[in-house]
Each structure stands twice: as structure tokens, then as C-alpha cells.
Design a protein around this ligand. Sequence first.
Ligand code: NA7
Length: 539
Amino acid sequence: MPEVDAVVVGAGFAGLYMLHYLRDKLGMRVQGYEMGDGVGGTWYWNRYPGARCDSESYYYCYSFSSELEQEWEWSSKYPEQPEILRYLEHVAERFDLNRSIQFQTKVTSARFDEDRARWEIETERGDRVTARFFISAVGCLSAANLPKIPGIDRFKGDWYHTGAWPHEGVDFTGERVGLIGTGSTGIQATPMVAQQAAHLHVFQRTPNYSIPARNFLMSPEDQRRIKDNYPEIRQIARESYGGFPYKLTLRSALDDTAEDREKHFEQLWAEEGGFKFIYGSYFDLLRNPDANDTAADFIRRKIREIVKDPVVAEKLCPKDHPYGSKRPPVDTHYYETFNRDNVTLVDIRETPIEEITEKGIRTSHGEYELDAIIFATGFDAMTGSLLKIDIQGRDGLTLARKWQDGPTTYLGLQVAGFPNMFVITGPGSPSVLANMPLCIEQHVEWIGRCISHMTEEGLDAVEATAEAEEGWGEQVLRAADATLFPRANSWYLGANIPGKKRVFMPYVGGFKPYSDQCEEVADKGYEGFVFSAAGARAG
Ligand code: NA7
């Protein structure tokens, strides 16, 4: 069986940098596997109309190479999917990464051979390879969630999931389209599909709080200013709660008078747009329900102002969860779209979907005839893609069994019982609540440092202890309980997948405290991990 030092699964932001780091910085033999026929990960699969990043382009990119930073030109504040994909393709070419990746290859199993302290990895195409390290870069929002609505097989029209969109695109001109789901994706797709379709029905289960993006094309001056200030921008991001280069005020929303608060929210809504509304405003929006209400009330007022039909406006107003407790969407003309004659909102809490018929979608109110259905119904987040691989650690323990009551990790990076397996942006990591590329860089560099330490010390295997894992699990829950996040039925909790154990998965204690803790663990000789020398068993 061919032998390499590390296998990296996935070729998105995480997989590409991990591969580059291990191969080119540490001189290891690395094999990458990727299901798609090209790099890009999330940005390879999510090609639905309106797909763009909710983070701003100048920080939603790698910082590890200042040459890359300086040479790449972002066209706008929020890059569209094709531009981010081009960026990642450029990175793969620039660092000559494609030669180390086998595309169109799904990893099906990974088993830890305890005697040899090596992982045996198999793919659907029949490849078998052994590796000292098995590293998952499969992404946390990559396993599409297709709800089990009865009758989908009967539907005579076309249907699509936004997370597996046809590469050639879809033309909805003249069609009657139904779109299910009003998360970040549905909110981005709705205005675009509405422009094409003869009629669009949006099937909404939970209304969402969306902030306008205020996108703009970057001028050469904007580009210059950013490039000249990159070291400072990155520094602010690294020191911040969310990994975003926004300076959070240390003011509570309740410290301001109602008038000053309104002015502040209005400026963020009308001029800045996007994540600044939540991550660059008051520090306690996600901590204090009264502070949160001030922002939620403001957004509901905006919805009622924008949407002309008061009945529709009321249906679009979220009332059952605090603002930001579900991933906050960012939009371009989402609420305005419901003023169009060819767009109808269907409240499926009031009139639930009963089945999909040959002709369309039937709710308790009646049948909606459709030519196409778009499922913008999200992902089996954080664990879905990893659990699609049959992963077996020490003593025959499978990851599926280990995680049957919810995922457990130490620092989001390792799982007790699974030596030499690392997870990038896994459960217990702050990544999904933070600036993803920055988190990925932090994880990759920490893993790289750990592997270098092992090489220097002649160590063969590393494994998180069960105690450290338990302690981290408690820390993740404590951090969540200090916030309003657990008050929503979100994918952070696994609540979007019927039958999935409800456990709050991401670490919400903040990017900076997290990265400091990771450094401290490493500085203290990898506290909470055990190492074993060549041939010996870890633990
Ligand atoms: P999300 O945020 O999980 O949103 C999925 C949407 O689909 C949401 O409105 C769900 O309603 C709805 N949904 C899910 N299942 C069903 C069923 N069975 N019936 C009706 N409606 C359903 O996924 P996105 O793709 O929008 O965004 C994922 C992440 O990508 C996003 O958070 C960013 O990080 C980027 P619900 O709210 O559960 O009632």
C-alpha cells in the first residue's frame, strides 16, 4: 500500500492551506483528496444565483502570503462565488497544489492501525493509502440537507439544492419557481430568482433578520488603501472577538439614549451594511436580551417600512428568536423583493408543506403549481461531511459511535480515541462564528506546529485525552450559555436536522481567547494531549 506522511481530505480554503503548509513548509509527503473536479470546497459547490460571501473580500482571504495579498485584486466589497472560486484556483496554481490533489475522489473510510500508528485510507475509486496523519478539511457546511418531504420523486419539474448547483447554471426565465428556505442562502437567491422567474413562491418556515450588504465596486484607491494597511487590518482581526477587522465598541446598547442608538443603528444599516451591524456595534447584542431587543426592534421596523403589504411584512418579521442567534444573513434587496408582483411569500408555519406532488408543492392551504423547486434548506452542519466517512480510531471505536450523543473534541482540533487525526473547523472550533479563512489559518498553523514538535522530539502519535476533551466540551457549553445563541433552533445546535442530537457545537467564546488558549496549550508542552514514541500506542 502506498505510504504518505499525511492525507488531507478536501480542497477548499482549509485543505489548500494545510496541504501547502505540510508539503512546502514542513517538507512532508502529502496526498490530498477532493470530491469535486476542481479546488474551491464551498465555493466550488454553491453556484446558486446570488451566491456571494457575506464577509468582506479584503479579509475573507488568506493572510499567510503577503505577495498573494498584494497581487490579488478583489472587484467588490462582497465577492461573488465565481470570483472566490477564481481566487482559490489562483492559489492552487500559484503554490502548485493541484499536483498533490486527486480530484473526483471521495474518501470512504479511514481506519487507525494501532500497531503501526498509521491511518489506512480508502476511496470510492478503490485507492488505498496509509498515512501517519489523517486531516479533515471537509468543511462544516458541505453536507447538503435535503428534507424528507414525501413525493419528491413524483415531481415532474426540475429540483435543485443550492449546495449542489449545476455548473452550467439554471435559466428560470418564464418558469414558476418554488424556493424553500430563508436562511442566508435563500435570502441571497430570492432577489436573483425573482428577476428571472415568471413567478416565485418563497416557502418560509422561520423569518430571519437580514441586514443590507451595501455592496460596491472597489476603486483603485480602495484597493491601494487596503493593501497599504494589510498588517494593521490583520492585526485588528487577530485581536478581535470574531476575527473580523472591526473595532467593537465597549458600549452596551443600553448605555445609549434611544435617539443615539437609533442614529447608530441607522448609520450601520444605511451606510456600512453587513456584519458590522452585529460585530462592529454594541458588545452585548448577543449577551443581553434587552440589548438584543433594541437591534431586533430596529430591524423589524425596517422590514415594516420596506415591505408595502403589512400582512406580508408581519410574516417576514422574526419574533421567535433573538437577532443573531441564528447565523445573521446579509442581503441585497431581499425585503424589497416581496413588493414585486411576481413574488409570493408562503408562511409554512401557518400552512405546513404536506407533500410534493407531480405538479408542485401542496401545503395545508392548497397546491402550488411549479416548474422548478429550489431547496435552500442548508446543511447537516459541522458533523455531516465528516460522518459520511467511516472513521475508525483506537479499539475499533467509530467516530459515528463516539459522537452518537453529539460531537466532542478538544479545542475543536482532535478527538480522544483518534490519534493523529486532526479536524479543521470542526465542532468546538469558533470558525462558523468567526472570519472563516482566519480561523482556518490559525488551525492549520497550530496543527503544523504540533506536527513539527513531534518530528523534533521523535514522537509518533498524538491524541487528546478524554479529560481534556470533556473539559473543552464544558467550556464550549459554558461559553454558549453566556450568550443568547442557545435560544434559537439553529444549525449551530443541530436543530435543523430531524433526529440529530441537540448539542451546541461551535465555540462562541471568541476568536482571540480561543487562539490564545491554543497557544498556551502548545507552550505548556501540549497540555491535554498525550504523545507516544515510534511504534508505541498513544494513551
Ligand atoms: P440555513 O441557514 O440552515 O437555512 C436553511 C433554511 O431552510 C431555513 O430557513 C430553514 O428553516 C429552512 N428549512 C430547513 N429544512 C426545512 C424543511 N424541512 N422545511 C422547510 N424549511 C426548511 O442554510 P443556508 O444554506 O441558508 O445557510 C447555511 C450557511 O451558509 C449560513 O449560515 C452561512 O454560514 C453560509 P428553519 O430556520 O430551520 O425553520
